[in-house]
Design a protein around this ligand. Structure first.
Ligand SMILES: Cc1cc2nc3c(=O)[nH]c(=O)nc-3n(C[C@H](O)[C@H](O)[C@H](O)COP(=O)(O)O)c2cc1C
Length: 199
C-alpha cells in the first residue's frame, strides 16, 4: 500500500469519543440467512466471522424493527426481546477483532413483502396504488406512526443490551423513512406530510 492510503489504516476518534481502529467501514448488506422468524443463525454468525478483519466498523444488513415492516423472509427481526441472546452472539462475532459493531434498523413500509405474505397487508405514508407493487398499502394513522417510532427506540435498546456499539437508521432505498420524505410516496396533508419532512 502506498503512503497515499496509509491514513485509511490509522485509528480515528469520533466526536462522541469512540475510537475506530481504522477508517474503513463495511456497508450494510442483507445476509438473508436468519430463520423465517428472523432469528440469528450460525450462517449469520459465520458471515461476520469471515469478515471480522475487513473493516474497523462492521454494519449488519437491515434488521426489521417491526413484524409489519419485514421486507424479506430470513431478514433479522429485532422486534421482540427473544432476539437478544442471538444478537449478543452476533455483536460478539462482529467485535472479536476489535471492530465496532453497528446494527442497521429498518422498516420496509410499502416494500414489506414478507409482512404482506404473512398478514395480507402492508403500511405506507399514503395508500397509493403503484404499478410496481401487487397490492395497495394501507395509509398509516398518526398513532401507528408513533408506534413505529417507538419500535425503532425499542430495537435500539435491544441493540445496546446485546452489546452493539451503535445503530444505523435505514432512511434510504425507498423504504419507510424515505417514503415519508418523498412527495411521490407521501401525499398526506397532516403533520407527517412530505413537504414538512424534506426541510
Ligand atoms: C446484496 C446486497 C445487500 C444490501 N443490503 C443493504 C442493506 O441491508 N441496507 C443498506 O442500507 N444497503 C444495502 N445494500 C447497499 C450497500 O450497502 C451499498 O450501499 C451499495 O451496494 C453501494 O455500494 P457499492 O457501490 O460498493 O456496491 C446492499 C447491497 C447489496 C449488494
Amino acid at each position: 500500500m502506498t503512503n497515499n492510503y496509509k491514513a485509511l489504516l490509522e485509528s480515528f476518534k469520533l466526536p462522541n469519543g469512540a475510537t475506530l481502529p481504522n477508517r474503513i467501514a463495511m456497508s450494510p448488506m442483507l445476509v438473508l440467512a436468519s430463520t423465517a422468524e428472523g432469528e440469528i443463525t450460525e450462517e449469520d454468525l459465520s458471515y461476520f466471522d469471515k469478515r471480522s478483519q475487513v473493516a474497523g466498523m462492521l454494519i449488519t444488513g437491515a434488521a426489521s424493527v417491526s413484524k409489519g415492516g419485514r421486507g424479506a423472509e430470513k431478514q433479522i427481526n429485532v422486534s421482540t426481546d427473544e432476539i437478544i441472546p442471538g444478537l449478543k452472539k452476533l455483536a460478539e462475532t462482529m467485535k472479536k477483532d476489535g471492530n465496532k459493531a453497528i446494527l442497521q434498523l429498518h422498516h420496509a413500509g410499502r416494500e414489506a413483502i414478507a409482512a404482506y405474505e404473512s398478514y395480507g397487508q402492508v403500511v405506507a405514508p399514503s395508500a397509493i396504488d403503484f404499478p410496481f407493487l401487487p397490492y395497495t398499502p394501507k395509509e398509516l394513522s398518526h398513532e401507528e406512526i408513533l408506534t413505529i417510532i417507538k419500535e425503532f427506540g425499542e430495537a435500539t435498546e435491544r441493540a445496546i443490551k446485546a452489546g452493539f456499539d451503535g445503530v444505523e437508521i435505514h432512511g434510504a432505498n425507498h423504504y419507510l423513512i424515505q417514503q415519508f420524505f418523498s412527495s411521490y410516496s407521501n401525499t398526506r396533508e397532516d403533520e407527517w406530510a412530505a413537504h414538512l419532512r424534506s426541510g
